[in-house]
Structure formats: C-alpha cells, structure tokens
Design a protein around this ligand. Structure first.
Ligand code: MV4
Length: 447
C-alpha cells in the first residue's frame, strides 16, 4: 500500500481524499495555489506545498509543477480528484513515466473515454445499445445529410472531445444542421484543441441515469448501482439520487450488465461512471464514460457502505476487489449548494464567508471545504457544499434533505440551498416523476 499520496486538487474533494488517506493510515500531501493558502485542504493535509499562482492553468492544471511537487515530497501516488487533471491522459502517462502511481485508470483508457466518438464505437461493438447516429466523427457534408435523412430530426451534434455541454448543438433541419456542426466544431476546437464532431438522434424526455463501476487490475469489474442525475441547470447537476425511481430490478440488472460490458470494452480500471439516457418506455442508450470519481459519488457510498475513494486507492495499489456483487440498501439524495444567487439569474457570489451553519442530524452528511472566515476565491468552481441525506424510505430521505437544506446558512455569500429544498419538496420530485424538464418549473422562464 502507498504510504504517501499527493492530492492534485482543491475544495471539498481534496478534503474528502485527505479523510480517506487518514482512515487508511496514509500520509496526505496537499498542493495549493497562492489563492488557496488558507484553504481547508491546505490546512488539513499532513503536508502542504504551494504550486503556483491562482489561475488554475498555472497551478492545479500545471503538470510540471504537480509532478515536481510529488517528487520533492516523495509521494508514491497522485490522486487527481475530479476536474483539473483527472481526465488528462497525457498527465496519467507522465505519472507512469515518473514512477508515480496515478490513482485512476490507465492513460490509454482515459484517452479512449475522452474520445467520445471512438468510445461510443467501442461500446457499441461490444453489444451495448447506443443512440442512433454517426459511426465515429463525421467526415464530410454529403455523408452528414445522408445520415440525417436516415436517422431523422431532431439531431444532436456533439464534440468528440466535449464535456460540460460545450460543443453540443441541436439541429432541427438540414440548414440548422450545417450551422450546428460548424459552431459545435469551432467551440470544441477553441476549448479542447480538437474540433471533431459526431451525430446522435436527440432523445427527448430521456432521463440521465449513470452507473458507478469499480474495476480492479485483475480483471474484476463490479457495478455499484445507479444514480439519477436528470435535474440539471446548464449542465450543472443540482440533485442526484439513488435508486432511480424509473428502474425496476430487472431493468437495473440489465443496465448494470451493460455498464460492466462498456467498462470491459474500453479496458477500464479503477472507479468510473457509465452514463445512459433512459426513455420512459425503458429503452436505454449508452452516451459516455466518465473516467474519474464524480462529484455525486457520496449517494452511492451512502447506500452501499463502500468508501469509493478508499477503493480507488486500494485498486491503484494493485489490490483485488473483495466482492463481485453489491446490494445497495435504502435511499440517498444529494443536493449541491453553490455560492450563487438563484434570484439574480444565479449570479456568482464570491467573497468572505462571515458565518456558516452546516446541517446535521440523523442521516445527514455534508461534504464541504468552507468555514467561517473563509474567502471564496473567484478563480474556481463555486460549489460550497454537497448535502447528502439517506433514509430507509425515499420519503424519509426527502424530508431529511429538505430539512437540512432549510438549515443551511451562509452569511457573506449567497447560496442555492433554498432552491434545492423547494425542488425536493415539490410534488413532481416526491412522486418520482423526474426528467430533464423538472427544473424548468423552478427557474424564471428566461433562465
Ligand atoms: C443527450 C441528450 C439527448 N439526446 N444525447 C447529458 C449529459 C451529457 N453528457 C450529454 N447529455 C445529453 N445527451 C442525446 N442523444 C440529452 C442530454 C442532456 C440531458 C439528459 C437527461 C437529463 C438532463 C440533461 C441535461 C442536459 C443534456
């Protein structure tokens, strides 16, 4: 087992990884930018090292500084968390060359999951249903018009290198398709340095249901069940829950098998997430593979009792998974709370937090990095905390989460907790009638 792990991240996930290290008796080493000198992760880790100026491109994204930090602190492994370098295949490759273990999949598997058109092809060839669309990236205009005629509109143009909704455009006819392709491609080229795009039929009213998998380096792959993530605003998830109200045992088993098949098809190891679209009639389609620990991983932890971050570390150290099936128990729901004002079009609200009250009580977990006196930097993501409720019934979990969000107080910065409370208390959420349109009922029509 590793004795020293460097955490190449910040915020709540860095704190989460420090806790996993501590429980395992591993020395944690934080890296921080000059904007994060007082940040919680830099204070809580056993050791801390400054890696550069506030802009992430010069610190948390700077491969050479991170590797240098690992070398001077004698770290045996690097945990990348989510975002930043977590899905950077080149970085994972450099770690390998420098004899530092990357706590995540192999560089090759990251590269394949990051090439969404190629990943889709690999998964489809393994027999997992994918959305009708192009075979790989599109090559020329004639091919596209021919394809569109076969598939039918509406179509979604997706950047192969895309993420977070960037490089994604909807098209309703031949003319708008040409435009969608050129803008999606230009956006992806600018943001990711690669403008390849592929086509998918736009699946309306489908839910976003993802499966958590764990794969060891000895060929074992286990599904840990699903998370329903359809409640999003501008590709930012707001509420996530497990189990998904739209699945019965047989569909869940079928999708679990498909998730494991997808992971196998891309040679995946460590913790990963397989994203599906789920239609009201039970038809499901693979859409993409996320090669990292995700923000919403706690809901899976709360119903399985498995510490996913510790499992990531064990698997990366070469340990075998000790189980082949997992039986989730109960219900868990997470609300992300951002430092934004929902009444002012979600205007970011950085600044000094004068006072905080974090909820607690039976069945409540809060993953956060904020504290009284903390100055929220404007350089990074604006998430303040994740509030996770569990319960023996869905109703108990809902009531606990709603109450916890009512209690969530920050003075000095605005927060989105009340919006979360309204959503989970709403009739549609209570009924389990969840879909991508649910959020619209809670946003001003312009939003
Ligand atoms: C789609 C889709 C509809 N049709 N693909 C969501 C996550 C991102 N990785 C891609 N996403 C979507 N892909 C096809 N072919 C709709 C979405 C989508 C979505 C789906 C369900 C619930 C909420 C959503 C919010 C944004 C986009």
């Amino acid at each position: 087992m590793f004795r020293r792990i460097l955490i190449a991240n910040r915020g709540e996930i860095a704190v989460r990884i420090i806790r996993a290290c501590r429980e395992m008796g591993i020395t944690s080493i934080a890296v921080y930018s000059t904007a994060d000198k007082e940040a919680l992760h830099a204070q809580l880790a056993d050791e801390s090292i400054c890696i550069g100026p506030p802009d992430a491109i010069d610190s948390y994204l700077k491969t050479t500084s991170i590797i240098a930090a690992a070398e001077v602190t004698d770290a045996q492994a690097i945990h990348p968390g989510y975002g930043f370098l977590s899905e950077n295949a080149q970085f994972a490759g450099i770690c390998r060359e420098c004899n530092v273990a990357f706590i995540g999949p192999r560089s090759e598997a990251i590269a394949l999951s990051g090439n969404k058109a190629a990943c889709r092809e690999a998964v489809r060839k393994a027999g997992v249903p994918t959305v009708p669309g192009s075979e790989g990236v599109i090559k020329n205009e004639e091919e596209v018009l021919e394809l569109a005629k076969g598939i039918g509109f509406p179509l979604l143009v997706k950047a192969s290198s895309g993420g977070g909704g960037r490089g994604m455009r909807i098209a309703h006819n031949d003319a708008s398709l040409k435009h969608a392709i050129s803008t999606a491609s230009a956006e992806a080229e600018a943001a990711f340095g690669y403008g390849g795009v592929y086509l998918e039929k736009f699946v309306e009213n489908a839910r976003h249901v993802e499966f958590q998998i764990l794969a060891d380096e000895h060929g074992k792959i286990v599904s840990l069940g699903e998370r329903e993530c359809s409640i999003q605003r501008r590709h930012q998830k707001i509420i996530e829950e497990t189990p998904c109200t739209g699945l019965n045992a047989s569909l869940r088993a079928k999708m679990s098998r498909a998730a494991v098949k997808a992971a196998k098809a891309i040679g995946y190891t460590n913790a990963g997430t397989v994203e599906f679209l789920l239609c009201p009639d039970g038809q499901f389609y693979f859409i993409e593979f996320n090669a990292r620990i995700q923000v919403e991983h706690p809901v899976t932890e709360e119903v399985t009792g498995i510490d996913l971050v510790q499992e990531q570390i064990r698997v990366a150290a070469g340990e075998a998974l000790g189980y082949s099936t997992v039986k989730p128990q109960g219900f868990a729901i997470e609300a992300r709370v951002y430092a934004e004002n929902p009444d002012e079009n979600f205007r970011p609200s950085p600044g000094r937090i004068r006072m905080v009250h974090m909820p607690g009580g039976p069945g409540i977990r809060v993953d956060t990095h904020i504290f009284p006196g903390y100055d929220m930097p404007r350089y990074y993501e604006s998430m303040l905390a994740k509030v996770i409720a569990r319960g023996g019934t869905r109703e108990i979990a809902i009531n606990r989460l709603a109450g916890a969000l009512d209690e969530f107080i920050t003075k000095g910065v605005d927060n989105t907790a009340r919006l979360g409370a309204r959503i989970v208390r709403g009739d549609r959420f209570r009924r389990g009638d969840i879909g991508p349109d649910l959020i619209d009922e809670y946003l001003p029509s312009a939003g």
